[in-house]
Structure formats: C-alpha cells, structure tokens
Design a protein around this ligand. Sequence first.
Ligand code: PLP
Length: 374
Amino acid sequence: MTDSGHAFPAEEIIARVVRPEIRGLSAYVVAKADGGGNAGQPWTKIDAMENPYPLPEAVQARMSAALSRVAINSYPDGSGEGVKRSLRSALGIPQGAGILLGNGSDELIQLIVSALAKPGAVVLAPEPSFVMYRMDALYAATRFVGVPLSPDFSLDRDAMLAAIERESPAVVFIAYPNNPTGNLFSERDIEAVVAASPGLVVIDEAYSAFADASFLDRVLEFPNLLLLRTLSKVGMAGVRLGYAVANPAWVTQLNKLRQPYNVNAFTQAAVEALLSDTRWIAEQAAAIRAERARVESALAGLPDVRVHATQTNFVLARVNDATRIFDGLKARRILIKNLHGWHPLLENFLRITVGTPAENDRLIAALTELAPSP
Ligand SMILES: Cc1ncc(COP(=O)(O)O)c(C=O)c1O
C-alpha cells in the first residue's frame, strides 16, 4: 500500500503499462551552455544549427506590434489560413500544392509516421541522418530500417533500392541536404528512390536556405512526394513553425491527425509579420553562407582537420580525436556537437554551427590552439 491508498508505487504501475522500448529510452537532452570552463566568460553556443543573428530592428518592431494585437482569449485559427497565405507569397510554394502547418517540422514528422504506422509498416531512411525519423518510428511502434550511406556520404543507391524492394516501406525520409553530413544527395538517386517507393517519400529540406538545390518546384510531379520545410534555420527557431507541401490529397489525410490548434496564435501572428518582407531572411542566409565558406577554409588550413563541405548552416570536420577537441573547446566555453559515436561513418567528426563573425573567429582561434595532436 502507498500513502495514497493505492496498491502499487508509480514505478510498478509504469513497469506494467509503459511500453518497454519507451522505458528504455532516455529523454532528449538539449545541451545547455553553462557550467565548466572559465567562469565569467560568455559561452559561444554553436551546436544547434540556430541562426546567430537577431531580428533587424524594423522587423522586430513589426512583429511586436502584431503580437500586441493577438486576442489570446480566443482559440487561434485552427487551419492557419493567414500563415499559409504568407508562406505561399513569401516562399514560392507551387500553385495547386497543399500546405500543412506544424509546431516545427518535428511535429510533422511524427504526424506522418503515426498516419502510416499500420501493424507491420516500415519507416526507412538512410543513416546517418536526422535522428527523429528513427525515434518517431519507435514512438509509433513501427519498425525502422536504416540504410547506411556510402563512405563519401552519398546515397548508396543500390542498397536503398534493394531495401525498398525488400521492405516495401510506408515512408522513406530523405533529408536534403542531410543532417548531420551536410551534403545534398544526387538528384538522380532521389528520383530513383521516389520512383521505386510504393509509399510516401518525404524530402526534408530544413536547410534549403543554404543549399543550391530543392525539390519544391517539382513537388506536384510525383504522386508520392511530400516536402518538409521549417522556419527554424532561418532565424525563427523560437516561433516553432514547420510546413509540409504536397499534393492536396496527402494534406487532406494528414490534416486529420493534426491537433486542432497545433500552431498557436502568437506563432501565427509573428510569422505573418515576419514574412511580410523576406529580404532580411535572404540577407542573413547569405551572411551565413559567406561565413560558412570562411570557416571551412580556415579549418581546412589547420593540421589534422579535414573539412567536408556542406550545403547547410553548419560545418563538418573530421579530426584525429573528436572528443579531445570537443572537450578543449568546451573548456574555452565553446559548445559544438561531437558526432563521434553516433554512427560508424561519423568516427571523429565534429558538427559546428556557423555563428556570427565574432563567434567564428573565437572558434577558429581555439581550434588553431587545439588542432595539432599532442
Ligand atoms: C533535417 C531536419 N529536419 C527537421 C528538423 C526539425 O526542425 P524544426 O525546428 O522545424 O522542428 C531538423 C532540426 O535540426 C533537421 O535537422
């Protein structure tokens, strides 16, 4: 007996009813830039693919005015029509394509997997790739099949096609460009995957603002293609808005699983104000691309650092001892992502988000001290 009179303690009830694969998980930990290193000095947090620039003053003022008018006593517009209009006019969404809004594209990935998670269904993706494809399959009690990338991080086309033939996946996820490897897969390989897939193919273009290619214009060409985008990497990670673009028939089905008010009124008002002029987004993305090139070339000049060019807002580098470099940066209050241990292809890889010029200077100076193996 517990104090409440209930026959069993919480742990015992949990052990009985919570699925073992969920009990076996640890919660997603977001790294915090605090503790350790030289106390007093500010942290350089370049681990989460955030845009490092604040909003320009005029955009900030526009957003503040819009937020002050939000009527929080009412539910938001459940279908987010104003946001969809803004996205269509600001971001070149093809005429005739349907749009589905999500609380970040994370929510849309989960919603897609749960819509397709029939008993026996398979979720397939190349690996290493965005970890949520695997996690959302697990949450939906659906089998995940990972197909290793080639050692040069290109799609292993033969292995992908063989796996699609063998597994008949309900959905294939392809991040384009890929996270964490940063590269764009070949368009021909993706076309082959889409043609061979009996189910849905999701092309996740979270990093499209920093890439030279996209499938957005082609989304209606294929009956089984859904494109995912997000505002997170272009300066608006805090508003939490992701969107799917696809043949409207897909949107109709997926919309049935969406929580009625998944995009809150503040987000909707903010996004409409933020997108009423998109020059600031293009300018910041261009600045990030320019800094990416500068960081890549500075790192490529260091001993024992091999840079893998990316089409994203992060830099990918292989070093001799990723954990030593990661710890050395942390002691200098610089937080990046150590990919070592994530996947055999990522041995001694580091992922470094492109920061402001000053942050990047700090990173380059610290790596210059740390790079040569002791
Ligand atoms: C490939 C990819 N897709 C989706 C997301 C999730 O983005 P959001 O902030 O829209 O949930 C990320 C975030 O890192 C990502 O790397």
